[in-house]
Design a protein around this ligand. Structure first.
Ligand SMILES: *Cc1c(COP(=O)(O)O)cnc(C)c1O
Length: 242
């Protein structure tokens, strides 16, 4: 992870960030959303620290990571940067929960009681509560992660009672769909559940949906945080050893 970025690479990350921000702004206008109501989470998994530093220099503050050790290494490498925000968006094994509780600012992938309880228990006293989203499975059998919407009330009441977690909203990774309309149709039950939930609790303000392939449908469906990797940092090369 010590690789230095070429100047052109840093430049292209900056340009990509501008292009993605413009796409977000255009979708906000097109679908009548409030200005600035959608944040950009830069998904930096597999990318070197230097790529994150280039995005930071271009003004990006929120970074999403999927693999625990990689996330923690980057947190240690860049933790001194003011206002940098670490979001964990990958599956969580219970033996890794402590590392997450000790370093991340957000976790988007809460889908088991056990993980919620462990993160609450392991969150250090001197840190603010961990911001969490409950991951919902909205694509049925195609996805193994996430709870069903029918299980949401129980999960919300469990998480709401944990003092070291702060429930911020819902997250989903739908199966790919053919059209904008189909993408919106798949999001609809989630959007409805989110609106209902946010009415009952003013801390609930985050709907983490939207990736490179469905950015505009997600914003039309009420996304408040889109998670974009490839369009910012380029294709991922999983063969690179981190
Ligand atoms: C990798 C990943 C993304 C970003 O995907 P891209 O296709 O690179 O934009 C978003 N959300 C989650 C949960 C991911 O794992």
């Amino acid at each position: 992870m010590t690789i230095e970025l070429e100047k052109e690479d840093a430049e292209s990350i900056k340009n990509n960030l501008s292009a993605v921000s413009l796409q977000i702004t255009q979708a906000i206008q097109q679908f009548g959303r409030t200005p600035e109501s959608v944040r950009l989470l830069a998904v930096s998994k597999t990318k070197p620290v230097s790529a994150l530093a280039a995005a930071y220099a271009a003004g990006q503050r929120a970074f999403g990571e999927n693999y625990v050790q990689e996330a923690v290494d980057k947190y240690h490498a860049l933790g001194d940067l003011a206002d940098i925000e670490w979001h964990f968006i990958g599956p969580i094994q219970s033996n890794k929960s402590r590392l997450i509780a000790e370093s991340m600012d957000w976790v988007h992938t809460i889908d088991r009681d056990k993980i919620a309880l462990r993160l609450n228990e392991q969150r250090p006293e001197d840190k603010a509560p961990l911001n969490v989203c409950v991951q919902v499975n909205i694509s049925g059998e195609e996805s193994k992660s996430g709870i069903l919407l029918s299980e949401l009330d129980a999960m919300v009441s469990l998480v709401s009672d944990l003092p070291n977690l702060r429930l911020r909203g819902l997250m989903a990774i739908p199966a790919p769909q053919q059209s904008h309309q189909q993408q919106c149709d798949v999001y609809k039950p989630l959007t409805d559940a989110f609106l209902e939930l946010s009415k009952s609790d003013s801390m609930i303000d985050t709907l983490s949906i939207g990736m490179s392939g469905d950015l505009s449908a997600a914003i039309a469906s009420g996304s408040t945080m889109v998670r974009i990797g490839t369009a910012i940092f380029g294709e991922r090369d999983y063969a690179v050893k981190l």
